[in-house]
Design a binder for this molecule. Structure first.
Ligand code: ASP
Length: 459
């Protein structure tokens, strides 16, 4: 059995819904269709995703106490254009918009789940349209609401946690008789309230369902032919990645490869379910397979990720390395400020804490400086903002002795100064910290070195 997930860009217009449903029907093993809310239409200038409209609608209701009719009209037009394009009877969009209005009227700032109910309705719209479209094509289908099916979740500071019993509940779904259309992006908590995942979270719903139902494959349908070796926002037209391991994908997703939600791999990893990223507009393209282990490694580096706006808080004190528990005490200050620490490169009498710039506000920086000084006697503190991380990822790094030399050589040739180098213990990722303004040049130099020059020399 195959679980498929179609993202918003694969469901932005009637023709795309049609293609998605044709894909579902083309292989009888495809039994579960997880859907995102309709994305922005390329044919409508300035269009936005339905989810963004619903977020605006909930925010204006919270602020002004009334439902903004302009936004409702835009939602109406977006949904109706899809339904009309699919020749679905008017009752369907009428009902969908009525439901959205009812939920919008209920939004109450004191009851955060009412907001979630409204925003989640974007995915419900897609699931209801897909169900109708499949039935029109003569394929039995029904909508499954993840809240009723028992997708139990709990919100935490570090994301949404899927409760273990969810897998038992969802495992009971009967997908043998009809295609199940499941709205992605949300579950339900122990109080029966809707809880949204973070943005792009329908990917998580897909992988939770793949694990719960024992699927053989999780197909994630998007709008690109494959994952590319470098984030396309940094360098366009890089080589496609045909095969990538879970570990490699996790590293790249963490550093900005947004093709898959960073939390979406965890459920499938345990069951070793392969994930296939494919293009709804071009199903013939090979796509990218995310698999447990790679057997054929033809390049040392699989992908290069780059992300900016990091900050390093570096501190120095003689004999800091001899003090047992010093790191614990320093990191506690970051915990108290709810700051996620990304890396901690250490020297003998010094260490740096690397975090996202947005997380270390000036007030937080000030409080941490005070505590370092008064509680630990550390006053030699330098904060460097405007840093970027360039990350080379590849299972082949482990087996080659020259990766670091080649990479530093490439950066030296470009006269790019390296602030920090981190090679993870398992040797799957190699990180260079450079200045923000060198990010693109550094990524390009590394791309040329590892992808444009001769392939991996195995002699
Ligand atoms: N519709 C939601 C979003 O725009 C969830 C998703 O697309 O997966 O983030």
């Amino acid at each position: 059995m195959i679980v498929c997930k179609f993202g918003g860009s694969s469901l932005a217009e009637a023709s795309l819904f049609q293609k998605a449903c044709e894909i579902m029907c083309a292989d009888p093993r495809r039994k579960i269709m997880v859907v995102s809310a309709p994305g922005k239409r390329s044919s409508v200038p300035g269009d936005i995703k339905l989810t963004d409209r619903l977020i605006d609608l909930s925010e204006t209701k919270e602020k002004k106490g009334s439902v903004d009719t302009d936004i409702v009209n835009a939602v109406d037009e977006q949904i109706r254009s899809i339904c009309t394009g699919l020749s679905l009877p008017d009752e369907l969009p009428d009902q969908l918009i009525d439901d959205i209005l009812t939920l919008a009227l209920k939004v109450d700032p004191d009851k955060p789940w009412t907001r979630a109910d409204l925003i989640a309705s974007g995915e419900i719209v897609s699931a209801k349209i897909a169900t109708a479209c499949l039935r029109n094509m003569g394929t039995p289908a029904r909508i499954v609401d993840p809240r009723e099916a028992g997708l139990l979740v709990r919100s935490s500071n570090s994301g949404t946690i899927i409760l273990p019993e969810s897998y038992r509940h969802l495992g009971r779904l009967n997908w043998t008789k009809e295609i199940l259309c499941v709205p992605g992006f949300f579950g339900v908590n122990e109080h029966g309230h809707t809880v949204l995942f973070s943005r792009g979270g329908s990917d998580i719903t897909g992988s939770v369902l793949a694990k719960a139902t024992g699927a053989k494959l999780y197909e994630n349908w998007t709008d690109r032919d494959s994952v590319f070796a470098v984030n396309p926002e940094i360098i366009e037209q890089t080589v496609p990645i045909l095969e990538i391991s879970y570990r490699e994908m996790r590293e790249l997703a963490y550093m900005g490869f947004s093709i898959l939600h960073p939390e979406a791999l965890e459920p499938v990893i345990e069951q070793r379910i392969p994930v296939h990223i494919r293009n709804t507009n071009n199903p013939a393209a090979p796509g990218t397979k995310i698999i447990p282990e790679r057997t054929h490694i033809d390049r040392a580096i699989t992908g290069i990720a780059a992300s900016d706006q990091f900050v390093a808080l570096s501190l120095r004190r003689v004999l800091i390395n001899q003090e047992i528990g010093i790191l614990y005490h320093i990191l506690r200050f970051f915990v108290d400020e709810s700051i996620n620490v990304h890396h901690v490169p250490t020297g003998i009498d010094s260490l740096s804490i690397i975090v996202r710039d947005e997380d270390l506000t000036l007030e937080k920086e000030q409080r941490i400086r005070e505590r370092l000084k008064h509680e630990l006697g550390i006053s030699d503190v330098i904060v460097t903002r405007g840093l970027a991380i360039i990350m080379l990822v590849g299972e082949g790094i482990r087996d080659n002795v020259d990766i670091l030399a080649k990479a530093t050589g490439a950066l030296a040739e470009e006269r790019i100064s390296i602030e920090t180098v981190i090679l993870d213990y398992f040797e799957i990722s190699l990180i260079f910290m450079v200045r923000d303004y060198d990010k693109t040049r550094a990524a390009s130099a590394l791309y040329r070195t590892f992808f444009k020059k001769k392939p991996l020399d195995r002699s």
